[in-house]
Design a protein around this ligand. Structure first.
Ligand SMILES: NC(=O)c1ccc[n+]([C@@H]2O[C@H](COP(=O)([O-])OP(=O)(O)OC[C@H]3O[C@@H](n4cnc5c(N)ncnc54)[C@H](O)[C@@H]3O)[C@@H](O)[C@H]2O)c1
Length: 369
C-alpha cells in the first residue's frame, strides 16, 4: 500500500470535511493508495492548533511553508475562493498535486492562471465538486449519457439557502466579491458543474441578480455587501438544450435545498437534495398505466458510487459525497486521471463569470472560454 501525504490549507468547514473524508475513505473503499493528512494550516495559531489536534495532524500558521514541505505530496485547498488561485500556483510550482475546493477561482483570469500553473508544472489537479459523487446524481448522469432519457431538451437547477436571510449576520469573506465570490459562484458553481457534466457546454446565458441586505456590520463599522443574495439565469447549451438556474442565499427556511431536473425526448429525471438517496424517473415508452414518475432508491449495488456503503435501506448522507471523492482520488492518483479537474473547474468559472456579466449589463452573454 502506498501513501499520498496531504497538506490541507484551511481548517474551516471544508478543511474538517476533507480530513474526515481522507480518514474514512479507506474504511469504505480500501485501495492500494491512501491519502493521509499530515498537516493543516491556518492564520490563527490557537484555532488551527485545536483543529489540527482533532484531525491528528501537525498545525502550521503559514500556508506557504505547508506547500513547501518535503513530506507533502498533495496540497488540498480549503480556503475562501479568492485565495485558491494563489495557493494553487504556489503548490504547482513546488511540484505538488493540487485538490482545490470549488469554485476554482473567483475570476476567469485567476482560474486560467491556476490551470496554466498545474499544466506547466505537470502536476495532477482536481476540483471539489463533490456532488458528482452522490449515488443519485451519479445515476442521473449515467442515465443521460447512456441515452435512457433520449435527447436532452431541458435542464433545470435551483439551489435555495437561508444562509444570508438574517441582516444581523456580520460582514465576512462571503460578502466580499474578490474573496468569496457571488452567490452565482458559490452555489451556482455546483449547479453549473452538474449541468456541464450532464448536458455539455453552455454557450450563452442571460442572468439577473439582486442584493437585498446591502450593508452589514463589521468591526470597522457598516460595510457594503459586494455580492448578490439571489440570481436567476437562462441557459443555452451547445447541444441545443435550454435551461434555467436559480440560486439564493436569501430563502427563509430553505437549508441547502437543491433540485436538478432534466427532461429529454424519452424521459424525465429529478433529483432533490432533501431526499438524496432517491431519483425520480419516468419514461415515455412505459406502460401508460404507470404514467407519472417512479422513485428509485439509489442504494443498490448496481448503482454508481454505492460501493462499500451500508446495507440497502440505510442510505448515505452529504459526507458520502466527500468520502467517495477521496476514494476516487486515491484510486485515480498517482497513475490515472480524475474528473472534475482544473480544466472543468475553469469552464465552470467561465459560465459563472458570463452570468455575472449578463446580470450587470442586462443582456445575453456568450460564454467565452
Ligand atoms: N464542496 C462543498 O460542499 C463546499 C461546502 C462549503 C464550502 N465549500 C468551499 O470550501 C471553501 C472554504 O469554505 P468553508 O465553508 O470551509 O469556509 P470557512 O470560513 O469555514 O473556512 C475558511 C478557512 O480559510 C481560512 N481563511 C479565511 N480567509 C483566509 C485568507 N484570506 N487567507 C487564507 N486563509 C483564509 C479560515 O481561517 C478557515 O480556516 C470555499 O471555497 C467554499 O466555496 C465547499
Amino acid at each position: 500500500m502506498s501513501e499520498r501525504r496531504v497538506g490541507i490549507v484551511g481548517y474551516g468547514v471544508m478543511g474538517r470535511a476533507h480530513a474526515y473524508a481522507y480518514r474514512t475513505a479507506p474504511l469504505i473503499r480500501p485501495s492500494a493508495t491512501t491519502f493521509v493528512p499530515v498537516a493543516v494550516s491556518g492564520r490563527d495559531a490557537v484555532r488551527v492548533g485545536a483543529a489540527a489536534a482533532s484531525m491528528g495532524v501537525e498545525a502550521m500558521t503559514d500556508w506557504r511553508a505547508l506547500v513547501e514541505r518535503a513530506d507533502v505530496d498533495v496540497v488540498d485547498i480549503c480556503t475562501p475562493p479568492g485565495t485558491h488561485s494563489l495557493i494553487a500556483v504556489a503548490a504547482a510550482a513546488a511540484g505538488k498535486d493540487v485538490i482545490c475546493e470549488k469554485p476554482l477561482a473567483v475570476t476567469a483570469l485567476e482560474a486560467a492562471q491556476a490551470l496554466e500553473a498545474v499544466r506547466s508544472a505537470g502536476v495532477r489537479h482536481a476540483v471539489g465538486f463533490n456532488y458528482r459523487r452522490l449515488p443519485a446524481l451519479s445515476l442521473m448522469a449515467q442515465l443521460i449519457s447512456e441515452g435512457a432519457l433520449g435527447e436532452i431538451r431541458l435542464w433545470r437547477g435551483t439551489w435555495l439557502s437561508d444562509e444570508f436571510v438574517d441582516a444581523a449576520i456580520p460582514f465576512d469573506w462571503r460578502f466580499e466579491r474578490s474573496m468569496g465570490g457571488t452567490t452565482i459562484a458559490d452555489l451556482g458553481s455546483h449547479l453549473v458543474d452538474l449541468a456541464l457534466w450532464m448536458v455539455g457546454p453552455i454557450v450563452e446565458v442571460s442572468a439577473t441578480s439582486s442584493t437585498f441586505v446591502t450593508s452589514r456590520d463589521s468591526p470597522e463599522g457598516p460595510r457594503m455587501v459586494e455580492v448578490d443574495d439571489a440570481s436567476s439565469a437562462l441557459l443555452k447549451f451547445a447541444a441545443g438544450a435550454q435551461g434555467t438556474l436559480e440560486v439564493a442565499r436569501s430563502a427563509p427556511r430553505r437549508p441547502c435545498d437543491f433540485v436538478v431536473e432534466v427532461n429529454g425526448s424519452r424521459g424525465t429525471a429529478i433529483f432533490s437534495y432533501a431526499r438524496l438517496n432517491e431519483l425520480w424517473v419516468g419514461y415515455v415508452d412505459e406502460d401508460p398505466r404507470h404514467y407519472g414518475l417512479r422513485r428509485i432508491r439509489v442504494e443498490h449495488p448496481s448503482h454508481p458510487q454505492t460501493a462499500g456503503w451500508w446495507p440497502l435501506g440505510q442510505g448515505v448522507g452529504y459526507d458520502a459525497s466527500l468520502v467517495n471523492q477521496a476514494a476516487d482520488l486515491a484510486a485515480a492518483w498517482p497513475d490515472g486521471s480524475y474528473e472534475p479537474d482544473f480544466v472543468q473547474g475553469a469552464a465552470v468559472v467561465d459560465v459563472c463569470a458570463a452570468m455575472e456579466r449578463s446580470a450587470a449589463e442586462r443582456h445575453w452573454i456568450h460564454v467565452a472560454p
